[in-house]
Design a protein around this ligand. Sequence first.
Ligand code: NAP
Length: 252
Amino acid sequence: MKYAIITGASRGLGEAVAKRMLEEGISVISVSRTENESLSELAKEKNVPYKHLSCNLSLDKEIQEVFSDIAFSLFQKNPEKIYIINNAGMVEPIETAGNLDQIPVLRNIQVNLIAPILIANIFFKKAQNSDTTILAVNVTSGAGERPIESWSVYCSSKAGLNMFTRTAALEQESLGTGNQIIAFNPGVMDTGMQETIRSAPKASFKDLERFQEYKEKGLLRDAAVVGNALADVILGDSVINGQIYNINELLK
Ligand SMILES: NC(=O)c1ccc[n+]([C@@H]2O[C@H](COP(=O)([O-])OP(=O)(O)OC[C@H]3O[C@@H](n4cnc5c(N)ncnc54)[C@H](OP(=O)(O)O)[C@@H]3O)[C@@H](O)[C@H]2O)c1
């Protein structure tokens, strides 16, 4: 049996990947603060196990509790493979360094960087004494490689996520575990995150008009197209451990 644990499956890219997994007959565990009822309806229709667990990924205590429980119950079933899609993310705070408030900074780094590290750690540890292999996918951004003014926190969190991915991949390789960890840059998508970007005050975001134009000119990709491309990579048999996949390369 194969399982997919998907953070941020309540909407956007996470919802799209969860739907594709259910279509493929892969059991889904969705983790976010709110539940998307359409996933449980699809799971019933396809007769595939599905569960939603509420978790605020900005709180490390909740991460430890929820993901340790998931790992405990999944490994009891001795699954062949567990996919972990660390997709949940937030772009805020959109503000220049010097004008940042402490709480949004901490929350961003917790959700975008610390949560994926803690989750991978829990599952790699649990997999040590099992026949189960893990494929962890960290959803990153082009902003992890390219600075965008007023996104210093988001850019830093995604840059950190890329480096965690590459380092942990080398470790799993050296340990000979068979586990893999990759990152995926989804490009610009028509989701709630882009709405948040477009609603940033002009005074704090120099590139506001560029992002408004992406929407006006129809340049934002549909999350379903991107989710299917990601699913094709992870369900295929040629995943390259440590690779940072880019949607623009995949859809060429
Ligand atoms: N949209 C883009 O153009 C774009 C571009 C590059 C990279 N990305 C990356 O793609 C991923 C998905 O983005 P998206 O556009 O689909 O975003 P989205 O529509 O804003 O959805 C974000 C998801 O993350 C979850 N989330 C946020 N904060 C959370 C928290 N504290 N605890 C638990 N879950 C939380 C949300 O669930 P709840 O609110 O229900 O908790 C939601 O399901 C992100 O990692 C993002 O950085 C997006």
